[in-house]
Write a protein that binds this ligand. Structure first.
Ligand SMILES: Nc1ncnc2c1ncn2[C@@H]1O[C@H](COP(=O)(O)OP(=O)(O)O)[C@@H](O)[C@H]1O
Ligand SMILES: [Mg+2]
Length: 227
């Protein structure tokens, strides 16, 4: 039997401001099986980032439930939810969110240091990841001294440092030119495969989407599998 890592069961997400309520996701179901890669496509504004934020515990569903290894995320208080994120989820966002006052190496190590892991083993793993993305010679650089593509490569290392169960990537190359986009997305895809991780990826790159085990389109507030 396949091991389901994460499942969305009849999930609804609404945003309320003042008197108006906007329903973004409705009757949404999704099973994410361990080790698979899922690509999500859809028009701008249809709710892809909203969906990823729910999956990663950055936001909460309005109705329905999201289970992670069988545990409902709604059972976590905010502190437990943030602990869950740090331990199980690796995020790569559209624009890099690196801390400007820290070097590339420090940015990568911070999530593990927060977890209280030994500095020595964290740095060893960070070196291994930096070597994999061909950035060992840039490890002492601050983010402002790195190109957009290099910053995204650092963000990929940071997402992987804690060996998360799943990598959640939201248009990881949205802010790069086309050439660096496709190379960064394939690099992310390759590393996730090498590390046997699960991937939930929002992308506009159809050739990358076709390398994923499943492709879904977010449409009419729900997911449709492209077979
Ligand atoms: N915090 C928020 N409050 C209110 N509306 C929001 C919020 N975040 C996103 N939205 C709205 O939800 C819709 C979906 O947004 P988003 O998930 O970012 O779409 P996508 O990532 O597919 O482009 C958009 O119409 C957006 O304006
Ligand atoms: Mg988005």
């Amino acid at each position: 039997m396949n091991d389901v890592l994460m499942s969305f069961v009849d999930v609804e997400k609404t945003y309320t401001s003042g008197l108006s309520t906007l329903t973004i996701l409705e009757h949404l179901y999704l099973d994410v099986v361990e080790g698979e890669s899922i690509a999500i496509t859809g028009k701008s504004g249809c709710g892809k980032s909203t969906l990823l934020n729910l999956a990663g515990g950055l936001d909460r569903a309005t109705q329905g439930e999201i289970y992670f290894k069988g545990t409902p995320l709604s059972s976590f208080n905010d502190k437990k939810l943030s602990h869950f994120r740090n331990g199980h989820i690796g995020f790569v966002f559209q624009s890099h969110i690196l801390l400007e006052d820290f070097t590339a190496l420090e940015n990568i190590c911070i999530p593990s240091i927060i977890r209280g892991e030994s500095k020595r083993s964290v740095i060893k793993r960070a070196y291994m990841l930096l070597e994999r993305v061909e950035l060992l010679d840039r490890m002492a650089h601050h983010p402002q001294k790195l190109s957009g593509g290099e910053r995204q490569r650092v963000a990929i290392c940071r997402a992987l440092i804690n060996s998360p169960d799943i990598i959640i990537a939201d248009e990881p190359t949205g802010s790069l030119d086309e050439e660096s986009s496709s190379s960064i997305e394939s690099l992310l895809f390759d590393i996730v495969q090498e590390e046997n991780k699960t991937l939930l990826l929002v992308t506009h790159d159809t050739s990358l989407a076709s390398r994923c085990s499943k492709i879904f389109t977010l449409t009419h507030r729900s997911l449709e599998e492209k077979l």
